[in-house]
Ligand binder design. Structure first.
Ligand code: GLN
Length: 488
């Protein structure tokens, strides 16, 4: 049963070929067997899952099945879940049990899904390999003997879905945290338009960039997940009224004489990528051309400055968002001599190195001496990048580009902080511009590991982004059930 996609499972559930209790049991058994080794869950919720499953079967029997009724999913442990520990993978929130439900997780309850557990991630979603997690890094199932990263920050979500320990999962993408981990685990990861999914109840990293979105085995599955999680929320002031809804399978945007202009970003031509990424990218372009797409070169002049702008803006916002963890209201508290000493001890003990680094950078770029030359300058670059994308979408309908330069690296890789930051080169610009981008499998590299391509669209063109991603998925035709663990 765990070989079924979300779309297939829903069909079988609706046809009464399987029950939600059976499907949930199958996932829980696998979590019991592999969960600890893969370290993809921080908290599992088997009792809640079985209760959700029974309720789902009852609804279906009563002819009352909801949109995703019976789908066993993982929730990135950044979304507050009422009565269930929500850690953000930080010691600061190790024992934090929220009294409220995030909008996104509530929407999944409303859609009838089954909660399997809370997925591991980088601490406060800051990182690229999920190695900054206080609970240790999740593992990429593709080549278990090599102990590769499942990516970050949504690495627990990708590890779980790629291993068949969840049918699909939520992620958040501030600078690439859905797309990069999805790409290197052979999955589909969609960063929707900023504002499409509510941030309410999602632990804040950089509020102007944080974007919840789905991680799934197929594009159709991702589209269903996004339909469940999108929608206006009066509790999030940046939430859009635009909405998103669809049923699977998605309609094609190519073939049958349909015209589509697909842009390639000129500035990315000079960025070094692996030979495999290059040849897969070229192969997929050839496929799209043969289906009738016209390929045009577009320019986003400042796109290579996106990294610098991101690593100013994101830490600046993080430094203010994380000021709330002071040991006074909730989370960890380490008693000191006086109140200032308590602040100091609490924050020194509660935050890991990377989170402290971000707060120091953020505080520095916001200081009066640095504000104009760093923060304001980064804000200008951000504006220019957003404007350039708008101009590019006058010349093309959608853009494609690599999701990463290469395949999953070993967790033991010893990179400097700047080397980690540089891995976000292909993803951060879309967050700065607030536009949708979906990473979809492009094929397998020579070493047998998956690589991804991004489809990027104008604001609120999420549907067409997914539709084109589906054509690429079909052309690449990889089997994203790693033999190591999905036992083919
Ligand atoms: N790797 C990026 C960072 O460390 C992106 C993280 C994210 O999207 N949450 O900030």
């Amino acid at each position: 049963m765990i070989n079924l996609t979300l779309t297939e499972s829903l069909q079988k559930l609706n046809n009464r070929e399987i029950s939600t209790v059976e499907l949930t049991r199958a996932y829980l058994d696998r979590i019991e067997k592999y969960g600890a080794d893969l370290n993809c869950y921080i908290t599992t919720t088997p009792e809640r899952a079985m209760a959700d499953a029974a309720a789902s079967d009852a609804r279906r029997a009563a002819g009352d099945a909801k949109f995703l009724d019976g789908a066993p999913i993982a929730m990135k442990d950044l979304f507050a879940t009422r009565g269930i520990r929500t850690t953000a993978a930080s010691r600061m929130l190790e024992n934090f049990v929220p009294e409220y439900e995030s909008t996104v997780s509530q929407k999944f309850i409303d859609a009838g899904t089954v909660l399997l557990g809370k997925a591991n991630l980088d601490e406060f979603a800051m990182g690229t390999f999920s190695k900054t997690s206080y609970f240790g890094a999740p593992i990429n199932p593709w080549q278990l003997d090599k102990q590769l990263t499942a990516g970050g920050s949504s690495g627990g979500s990708t590890s779980a879905v790629a291993s068949g320990l969840a049918i699909a999962a939520t992620g958040t993408d501030t600078g690439g945290s859905i797309r990069f981990p999805a790409a290197i685990t052979g999955l589909v990861g969609m960063k929707p338009t900023y504002g499409l999914c509510s941030r309410w109840g999602c632990v804040a990293f950089a509020s102007s960039l944080d974007t919840p979105g789905p991680i799934a085995r197929t594009v159709d599955d991702a589209a269903l997940m996004l339909s469940a999680m999108a929608g206006h929320d009066p509790k999030d002031s940046t939430s859009s009224t635009h909405g998103f809804s669809c049923n699977a399978p998605l309609d094609p945007v190519l073939g049958n004489g349909k015209k589509l202009r697909i842009g390639i970003i000129k500035e990315f031509n000079d960025v070094k990528i692996s030979d495999d990424m290059k040849s897969l990218f070229d192969a997929r372009i050839r496929d799209l051309k043969s289906m009738g797409a016209e390929i045009v070169e577009v320019s986003i002049p400042n796109i290579l400055d996106a990294l610098a702008a991101y690593y100013i803006i994101a830490p600046a916002e993080a430094s203010s968002n994380l000021a709330r963890y002071d040991g006074m209201r909730y989370g960890l508290r380490v008693e000191g001599r006086d109140i200032y000493d308590t602040f100091k001890k609490t924050r020194a003990a509660g935050f890991g190195d990377e989170v402290q680094r971000r707060m120091i950078i953020g505080t520095a770029v916001l200081s009066s001496e640095s504000y104009d030359v760093y923060f304001m300058q980064a804000a200008r670059v951000r504006r220019m990048i957003a404007d350039s994308f708008n101009a590019a979408f006058e010349q093309c309908d959608l853009i494609i580009c690599p999701s990463s330069a290469g395949t999953a690296m070993p967790l033991a890789s010893d990179l400097t902080p700047l080397e980690y930051y540089a891995l976000d080169l292909f993803t951060v610009a879309m967050n700065l511009a607030g536009i949708p981008a979906c990473s979809v499998p492009a094929g397998l590299a020579q070493n047998g590991l998956p690589l991804g391509i991004q489809v990027v669209g104008a604001r609120f063109d999420d549907m067409r982004v997914l539709q084109l991603a589906k054509h690429i998925e079909t052309a690449a035709a990889i089997d994203n059930r790693p033999t190591t663990i999905m036992g083919k």
